[in-house]
Design a protein around this ligand. Sequence first.
Ligand SMILES: Nc1nc2c(ncn2[C@@H]2O[C@H](COP(=O)(O)OP(=O)(O)OP(=O)(O)O)[C@@H](O)[C@H]2O)c(=O)[nH]1
Length: 603
Amino acid sequence: MTTVPISNIRNFSIVAHIDHGKSTLADRLIQMTGGLSDREMAGKEQVLDSMDIERERGITIKAQTVRLAYKAKDGKDYIFNLMDTPGHVDFAYEVSRSLAACEGSLLVVDASQGVEAQTLANVYQALDNNHEIVPVLNKVDLPAAEPEKVKQQIEDVIGIDASDAVMISAKTGLGVADVLEAIVTRLPPPKGDRDATLKALLVDSWYDVYLGVVVLIRVVDGVMKKGSRVRMMGTGAAYDIERVGFFTPKMTQVDELGPGEIGFITAAIKEVADTRVGDTITDDRKPVTEMLPGFKPAIPVVFCGLFPVDADDFETLRAAMGKLRLNDASFSFEMETSAALGFGFRCGFLGLLHLEIIQERLSREFDLNLIATAPSVIYKMKLNDGTEIEIHNPIDMPDVVKIAEIQEPWIEATILTPDEYLGSVLKLCQDRRGSQKELTYVGSRAMVKYDLPLNEVVFDFYDRLKSVSKGYASFDYHLTDYKPADLVKMQILVNNEPVDALSMLVHRTRAEGRGRAMVEKMKDLIPPHMFQIPIQAAIGGKVIARETVRALRKDVTAKCYGGDITRKRKLLEKQKEGKKKMRQFGKVDIPQEAFIAALKVDS
Ligand SMILES: Nc1nc2c(ncn2[C@@H]2O[C@H](COP(=O)(O)OP(=O)(O)OP(=O)(O)O)[C@@H](O)[C@H]2O)c(=O)[nH]1
């Protein structure tokens, strides 16, 4: 691959709403610049989405970068570094750090759909990073495409000039050549001083089975050389650089990366946790004095307990989580025990989608059968003695008489929806204790901004939103602040004993509805025992809902008395098999389905 002057480098990202065609365009760009042969492209549905689940769910999770070589119409050779960014709201943090390593963005908007919630969120982040932006209208091959209308929308809603938007079909390849030219002529080259001391941004890191920890960097000043000794300023650790290179998307090794370049390094780094994303990498012998601005760390906001259905799987679960964490520093877990569910882990996630992805990977890649407890957020509590604590597990909540005030996190949500579903969307937000801030129109679609408690959003809000809008509404949010809330701890009692895994913090006004729904579900799923079993929902000592599982009338072996002993044994064996799928709770056996159903109820 040719080396070029810094003025011929272009570093850019593609920002888009999910499904607007970011990956398809990225693949086209790779294909047209010869990064991969047609044959290699054919074998890979979407080259940038490397993880199986990403491909199946059609979402991009891990930011990746490819280097492309392009000969422009001006006859000069250019190097493009294309940074992939995830499109989903939970991973906004990964978007922001990819953007910090680039000078420009292609804003891809589906010409048949128009601007969506994540288009806005992502493009504002790009503008915050002082990016030059080239609007690209994709899917113009579709009969429903309305490029002129969408151009107007981009100007009205985002406030950037869209008159020169590039019209393309990433699918057929139409117009993609113009995108390549626009990258050269409309995006700025990076700035940097080759003779200055090495200063590089640690953009990302991940674990590779063959290479160990791979670190993605953007060189700002100086040169990153193979064999040199560098220092990570944030952690203070020093390393000898073993490999330097980039992806085309195939891994290619070189001797050095100069200013403005993006690529990877490897060294004897043991764990991903030893690298701090956003850190500044410099020369160990003559370090720079000032660090790069860096990023805010990604903090988990949603928590839940994950327990193996089969207690024998506990160690497998621990090992599996350890493996996943190797490549996902934003996923955290610590051991937890529950009287009802046994040994498991309390886990922290960036959001609900992140939770779902981890859960799915655990069950699919590690063949684990899991029970997840209700998702919770971080509550702040002021105690009467003046101390302040943070709670992310309802079990840890102190006695109510000790609590002076409970605060819960709030978000600002932006929702775009076709007009006909606006009523249902507003009702949903209202039902979730939301307060409306703004209602405007973007073409024929309504854009609403709502303040909502995160506690109500982690509880199936996204699913409900999709269902009330037949999948048409789009949603994005960011955390705003903590506000005092009238929250209570609701417990579920089975046979008069509280089931710890089913405790949750809910708003007082919603406790009864939620409690009633839970006990009803459990009643249907707990099999009759020899005695009657009360199932109750309670706040403190006060029962707010109750159901009863009636006592069993027949003994399974009764009809075998005096009869065939093998038949009797068979029946008992069968019963034992069934028991394996139960949780012994006091004198009661609770089937897993009952837990799962109780935790899934929609109030
Ligand atoms: N008709 C048509 N379909 C397209 C075009 N570009 C992409 N698509 C289709 O739109 C769907 C979404 O495209 P992707 O490239 O996966 O979208 P994405 O924005 O990368 O989605 P995420 O990875 O989830 O962020 C796919 O089914 C593509 O085949 C186009 O120009 N025309």
